[in-house]
Ligand binder design. Structure first.
Ligand code: ZN
Length: 248
């Protein structure tokens, strides 16, 4: 197979050293899925790539397709996301996004939705950070993977919750990762969830995202964050296991 040139736009997820002067960059691209490419001479001070290939950089790339690794021929910045993420808090939120994208993105398997979501959430973190930006991103990722959690009725017995003025409903008091949704008092297993946190999750996944993002930090936003992280980890673990089984 001869190598050939192609263009794509992507977000740098991570980089690691290769030899004395080179670096491998892992990029989530728009058209080619996750791509691993060598950036030659990138660790020299006079590198033609400058700081354009750091994690979180949004770049337009010209690449040579190689047998195992591609080679970065040109890189130009699309927008300066990384410098805006210079505060420690924003940077750590950005890193959480990159990690999740790295776990869910498949090599050379195009996933435009994932790419768009990653660019969108990095912009949001850079421009108007909020406690629920990353948790909302995680829940949206899970929903995009076909794992939208059940938030309105107990996943075991089907009892309806008591939100939205339905005073006859049953309080939903727990979230079970295995079952993928909320549970009533008599069925409960998993992680306890407050009514306020449940409301924020419904806002996030029910078309009221801006309302959720405008919510200041509170115990409920913290709860939603912890639950989002646990749910994403649970999903990735299960997927890694199923991939391992499939390969054997
Ligand atoms: Zn129940």
């Amino acid at each position: 197979m001869s190598s050939h040139l192609y263009r794509d736009t992507g977000v740098v997820l991570r980089t690691y050293k290769l030899g004395e002067a080179d670096r491998i960059v892992v990029v989530l691209t728009e058209e080619n899925g996750k791509v691993r490419a060598v950036a030659k001479g990138v660790r020299k001070t006079m590198s033609k790539f400058g700081a354009r290939l750091e994690p979180m950089s949004h770049v337009r790339l010209l690449l040579y397709r190689g047998r195992e690794l591609d080679i970065v021929s040109q890189a130009e910045s699309v927008e300066p996301l990384a410098p805006m993420l210079s505060s420690l808090d924003r940077a750590s939120q950005g890193m959480s996004v990159l990690e999740a994208a790295d776990q869910l993105g498949l090599e050379r398997e195009p996933n435009r939705q994932l790419y768009r979501m990653v660019v969108g959430v990095l912009r949001t973190i850079a421009e108007r950070p909020a406690p629920l930006v990353v948790p909302a991103f995680y829940w949206k990722l899970l929903a995009a993977e076909g794992l939208r959690p059940e938030l309105d009725a107990c996943v075991r017995c089907g009892a309806r919750g008591n939100h939205g003025g339905d005073a006859d409903g049953t309080p939903l008091v727990a979230f079970d990762l295995q079952e993928g949704g909320v549970m009533c008092r008599s069925c409960r297993s998993g992680i306890p969830i407050s009514e306020a946190a449940l409301d924020l999750m419904r806002a996030t996944l029910g078309g009221r995202l801006n309302e959720a993002l405008a919510t200041p930090e509170s115990p409920a936003t913290h709860e939603v964050g912890v639950l989002a992280t646990r749910a994403l980890e649970h999903h990735i673990e299960r997927r890694l296991k199923s991939v391992a089984m499939f390969e054997h």
